[in-house]
Design a binder for this molecule. Structure first.
Ligand code: CTP
Length: 421
């Protein structure tokens, strides 16, 4: 297990960091808490010390003979700062080092995750926007704040994601160590859109035609991309799962709403992954009153919906990678994989993730198995495993496609040009 430094800055969300610390230690991590002096006004050192089993100080001058400001940073294998205040973002962006935590930041050479929490005005202030861009450009994972209730009665963007979702990011970063040459946050600088869940088409005000998609695979894709540094837009249709940390969630219900949301967000995006199960047909005209049993069995007339994937392919800029999903069964004519190959051809997507329905896979489970078909004819088999692992394989293939198309990776400025020499 890697040594984790949990930095805590002085915001009210510091109380949530106690839960995060608890989750981290219960997961078996060794955690050293380094609060700022302001953080200690919200939660006292004894709390951090008791929960972590480690000494706690914010003071640069404590135990100077052990040179903690150098040692803690050098030995860290992951630094997570939750909450990160606007003040700490500013200090880190400029390399200030006036307390233990900011010194640790300058000596650490491991991945750094900052989880901001502040009022919307502070998050949107040009100074903060610039500091976040500086830090991201330098390779820090600055997690996009959630939208929701802030301190006091107001709500908006700036809320710290739930501790369980921050743990999820930490676990994914840890699981990908030792990382490949592109670093832990290999999707940074990229904007991706993921659709998830299953659409519902109303029959009347209380009934709908729907499907069994739980949204888990789409959520795993969104969470994985965010943990690798991408800016992630998630369009969620009827999903009962917590919002992944760092992901911008748009909630939709019907195929038409999903199409509008996905197309709007895909403009300029670097990848769009259609993991949602979108209805192919909807009742033509939903009743505006509840259908009554006494009126007899209704005749439901269906009309086709628009195919979102085809619309994406038609509007797609050159650099954008469009990924479709297909859950298939074999029939008397051809097998499930062959259906997938035909679908890739028909839909014109760059990649199609095909899985066989049945055998306890695909719907509502944590596991999945698939074959990723690429337009260039290559096929990648992903053995049965957690949906999170499948998500990481898909992002790896998408990333390699970007690189092959000449994307200049921020960690390797020569990466894009290599193709042209
Ligand atoms: N899809 C879409 N819009 C629709 C239906 C499906 O964008 N109206 C997308 C799905 O999100 C998925 C892919 O298309 O990524 C394949 O979905 P699937 O239902 O398997 O495709 P269909 O064209 O409906 O094929 P089938 O003939 O098997 O029903």
């Amino acid at each position: 297990m890697p040594r984790i430094v949990l930095g805590v800055a002085g915001g009210i969300a510091a109380y949530k960091a106690c839960d995060l610390l608890r989750l981290l230690t219960e997961a078996g991590h060794h955690v050293r808490v380094v609060p700022t002096a302001a953080a200690l006004q919200f939660v006292g050192a004894p709390t951090w010390a008791a929960l972590s089993g480690q000494p706690v100080t914010a003071d640069l001058m404590a135990d100077v003979h052990e040179v903690p400001h150098v040692r803690i940073g050098q030995q860290a294998e992951l630094v997570v700062i939750a909450p990160t205040t606007a003040n700490l973002l500013a200090k880190a962006a400029h390399g200030l080092a006036d307390d233990l935590l900011t010194n640790v930041l300058l000596t650490a050479r491991c991945p750094v995750i900052m989880v901001p929490a502040m009022h919307t005005e502070m998050w949107e202030h040009p100074a903060t926007v610039q500091n976040v861009a500086t830090l991201r450009g330098r390779g820090v994972l600055v997690v996009e704040p959630a939208v929701g209730r802030l301190t006091g009665a107001d709500s908006g963007k700036g809320r710290m994601p739930e501790p369980s979702q921050i743990l999820e990011i930490v676990e994914q970063v840890v699981a990908r160590r030792p990382v490949d040459t592109w670093g832990s946050f290999d999707l940074r600088g990229r904007h991706v859109v993921v659709s998830a869940g299953g659409t519902r088409e109303p029959l009347d005000p209380v009934r709908f035609l729907g499907n069994r998609s739980s949204g888990r695979q789409g959520y795993a894709l969104a969470a994985a991309a965010a943990a690798r540094g991408a800016v992630v837009d998630l369009v969620a249709a009827n999903v009962d799962l917590p919002d992944p940390a760092g992901v911008i969630v748009t909630v939709v219900e019907t195929a038409a709403q999903l199409k509008d949301a996905v197309l709007a967000r895909s403009v300029g995006a670097d990848a769009v992954v259609m993991a949602a199960a979108v209805a192919d047909f909807r009742p033509s005209g939903s009743a505006d009153h509840k259908l009554k049993k006494g009126d007899g069995a209704p005749t439901v007339v269906l009309e086709p919906t628009d195919d979102v994937l085809s619309a994406l392919v038609a509007a797609k800029p050159d650099h954008q990678v469009v990924v479709g999903f297909a859950a298939e069964t074999g029939d008397s004519r051809v097998g499930w994989l062959e259906h997938g190959r035909e679908k890739l051809e028909r839909k014109g997507a760059d990649l199609l993730v095909v899985n066989e329905v049945g055998d306890g896979l695909a719907f509502g489970t944590d596991d999945n198995a698939a074959v990723v078909l690429s337009r260039d004819g290559s096929e990648t088999e992903i053995p049965r495993g957690p949906k999170r692992e499948l998500a990481h394989v898909v992002w790896g293939i998408v990333r390699d496609q970007w690189l092959a198309d000449g994307w200049v990776h921020p960690a390797h400025p020569e990466s894009g040009q290599a193709e042209h020499h």
